[in-house]
Design a binder for this molecule. Sequence first.
Ligand code: RUQ
Ligand code: CUA
Length: 657
Amino acid sequence: MNFIRIGVQGVSGLALLLAAAVSFGCSSQPKGQLSSAPSGSVANLMKQRGLSEADVSAALQTYTPTGKKDEYYTFASGGHGGNLIVIGVPSMRILKYVGVFTPEPWQGYGYGDQSNEVLGGGKRFGKTMTWGDMHHPALSETGGEYDGKFLFVNDKANARIAVIDLHDFVTKQIVTSQLIQSDHGATFVTPNTEYVVESSQYPAPLGGSYAPIEEYKDKYRGAVIFWKFDRDKGRIDPERSFAMELPPYMQDLSDAGKLASEGWVFINSFNTEMSYGGTLEGNPPMESGASQNDMDYLHIIDLVNAERVSKEDGKTKTIAGMKVIPLGVANEEGLLHLVGEPKSPHGVDITPDGKELVVSGKLDTHATIYSWEKLKGLIDSKKYEGKDTYGVPILPFKDSIRGQIEIGLGPLHTQFDDKGNAYTSVFIESTVAKWSVKDLKLIGKQKVHYNVGHIVAAEGDTVSPDGGYLIAMNKWAIDRFAKVGPLLPQNFQLIGIDNDEMQLLYDMPLPLGEPHYAQMIKADKLDPIDIYKPAGMDVVTDEHSEFAVKAKEERIERKPDGVHVYMTAVRSHFTPDIIRVKKGETVHLHITNVEQAHDATHGFTIGSYNVHSSLEPGKHVDVTFVADKEGTFPFYCTEFCSALHLEMAGYFLVEPG
Ligand code: RUQ
Ligand code: CUA
């Protein structure tokens, strides 16, 4: 009876019961009929639904009965949707979408003054972006451990970084710098979240100006921005942030050093050939031009000294409002080193002890394990094998690695468990490879259903990974679910990693853009609030709003800048419930949900005016718009808040001007 091998605690009794049912209860049941005897029903259900013992074992490890909560939260990027997805593990139930880079109607995100200001923080060349290409979430850390306080995430297309506060799961800030025109090595945080790292992907003239592409080598550059995080304020401080100019290679993923390598930052790159396409103009296509060299470069940045240099007079330039350490200064000060890395590398992942770096090349079958001690020794003794076109010293590859391990076709990203193992996603093969970090030996492979990109293991990129669970984030769920037309959902596959052999536990379609990366954190590290207290909170500033309205103080005031409506929401009434304005007047709605009960969320909309707010208990929102259409516009509450919810309504009357 070896059918159930469960690593999850607390179900062993049930497992035994089911094992007994399967072994003894199924012999005399006619096909297709449910037994009334409890001992037979499981076996019968298995038969009816065509489930194997492995299926039942997997189900037992993920099924979460009503009222029981998940052990982990997974925060996954929402890809092209620009929203963050909160998922419970092991149930794989979706708990929330958090509006981040794109408007999110349910939360009223992007439909009111506060959230518009957040989205406005990410304006590019004066324009508010309403879509994002979200890639890599990073949880805030203390001492290299997730602390459950904040989450950062990047938008690759528009080089934006967002800050989400996990006390209420609300996006508080978006920052961007026109220094760079895209990002990919983002977001990664230093072990105490002093800095949030954002490096560019596609080189461009720094600051966003035009330069002919023929001048690529001279005028185009990459850059890395170190956004300073102010933990007390819970916000990035652009004033104390700085950047470093990088050669015009295509910088890829990055990681921050920890423990042994704390204070250093590592960034991969490809296209060290500096190919820029132009097939119609007689050039090689970018993808083949960019794959000529056998080696690309890993960038090694001395963040501690870079921070010092960034504060010295005359050592930086200001470009697009960002303080930048020029490449020349970085070279003089020894802030940047390169080391070869095999063919088109993608992921760079630091081991939990911070002593080694795992780099995987998309066009290589190996993972390469660099020793931080060796790299540091080479840097200290200035042992270079040469310099690149831009004068950046290159460390000798052979002297910097401990070894390589044959993984398979197209290794990408690596995560770690609590037993000294590493897990690497293998894109072309569609597998997850498990290997021992100590012996560089392959232990096994788990087939995943289709193109796997990132993988995420429980706290798998911290100084103390948990093991237990891993999610393979597969792109394009061909053939896995009921068909929904040519545009395919993504597929998250939950894999148990507590036993020697990995076990596929669950398939979860994700009906959004390509998620890329996620973070998985123990649920008990988070302690989100239930209500905003006291009532009248501006949830973006996290302060009591100056426009907060108290019961009995509701009013409508005409001021030089328009009509101010001070409104309260309480089950089941908006006060005032009639608003009269003249066509052309500017309207300022100030709405406070004055309730303090956990189940007292209201919503507010005025039809045809594209106004929507979510009013959680105690929340205050401001909405400003011009009453440019005359007419009779009902407004109402959009959350089914009470038996008289439908009656929670009123009229917005716009008289002809
Ligand atoms: S990168 S898998 Cu941002 Cu690997 Cu997508
Ligand atoms: Cu308030 Cu429905």
